[in-house]
Write a protein that binds this ligand. Sequence first.
Ligand SMILES: CC(C)(COP(=O)(O)OP(=O)(O)OC[C@H]1O[C@@H](n2cnc3c(N)ncnc32)[C@H](O)[C@@H]1OP(=O)(O)O)[C@@H](O)C(=O)NCCC(=O)NCCS
Length: 383
Amino acid sequence: MEEKPNEVHYGLEGVYFTDSKISKVDGINGRLYYRGYAIEDIAKYSSFEETCYLLLYGRLPKKEELDSFSKAMAAERDLPDFIMDMISKLSGREKQMHILSAALSALSAFDPETEDQSPGANMRKSIRLISKLSSIVAAIGSAALGNGYTKPSKDLSHAENFLYMLAGKKPDAGKARMLDKMLMLHAEHSSNASTFACLVSASTLSDIYLSVVAGISALKGPLHGGADENALAMLHEIGNPGNTEEYIEQALAGKKKIMGFGHRVYKTYDPRARIIKESLMEIMNSSDEDVKNVTSIALRAEKLMIDKLGKTHGIWPNVDFFSGPVYEYLGIPSGLFTPLFAASRIPGWCAHIMEYWQNNKLLRPLENYTGEIGLKFVKIEDR
Ligand SMILES: CC(C)(COP(=O)(O)OP(=O)(O)OC[C@H]1O[C@@H](n2cnc3c(N)ncnc32)[C@H](O)[C@@H]1OP(=O)(O)O)[C@@H](O)C(=O)NCCC(=O)NCCS
């Protein structure tokens, strides 16, 4: 019997695979909502701790709930010695995402609750993961910067503690708030490649740690979490604001993709990029000449790209375009951008894994086989 041709959705584009109440990405109107709240309000009024609560529990906390949640997060910041040993032995190899993935896998072997799949244990592990992942990333960064290990402080906010562990000194309040916003803006984004990777793993009923490790692997690529590092490298390569137009024109003529532009879902300006651009405008007044230089290149590149590809091709700035200069201003080295993205996205990953388990179904799509069948097998000695 003749088989009907299969309809293939390359890259699973346009395919819905589950229901979710965690976030809504409105790619047509350029809007993003976490649990129903607009990202603009989250960035303005919330904190990373409160955003984690919202994503994990599905509602905003009361004051005392947020206080005890923040304390629970702070209490989980310490890292076991063997993780610190591992980070210091592996540092200097410029493989931060690999170190992060290894450290998290090692941590899962250490946690007595790793195999406990009860909802309570998964919530506790989520809080642990959010806190410890941030400490691991800060420790990887401080080792790379040659700053040595600064033990986490339980008295600082999540964002403050990250900068404190990275630089070994208490951060400026304005910079800590800027990082807090960046963490919130990256905390969740529906079924992007890394979240989907987490869910593929989770759908086999693997544990939450290794499901997050699957997400970290997917995040590493330049088409996803690695884009901000590459976008900043491009801005540095342009070097001088006056070179911007020529550089971009040449890159596009050579069919190169400009990192930090384009999105599978947003066909308009990414709302997170708009908010990050506000931080960029603050930085413009900074006394650091390098940061100012890179910022003006970014603004010229943005204008040119919108003129050339925005309205005509739906290729607009995404969350990764302006992030690099902001992170650079905060003293975060570019090799740490993708690990920091993981430390920001972890509440979203955990929320999705726990939500998916409430109605678990093994994720197992089909491939349209286009190879041959029925070939005669010739034994090796006769080939
Ligand atoms: C994000 C991304 C992977 C989405 O891709 P997608 O939905 O699979 O779409 P495609 O990569 O097939 O791109 C469609 C077309 O737009 C072009 N395009 C997409 N992003 C582009 C970019 N950043 N610069 C230049 N052209 C781009 C592609 O070259 C392609 O053109 P073609 O049809 O002539 O071949 C893609 O836009 C991209 O690679 N962007 C750069 C990486 C990045 O910033 N990633 C972070 C996302 S938050």
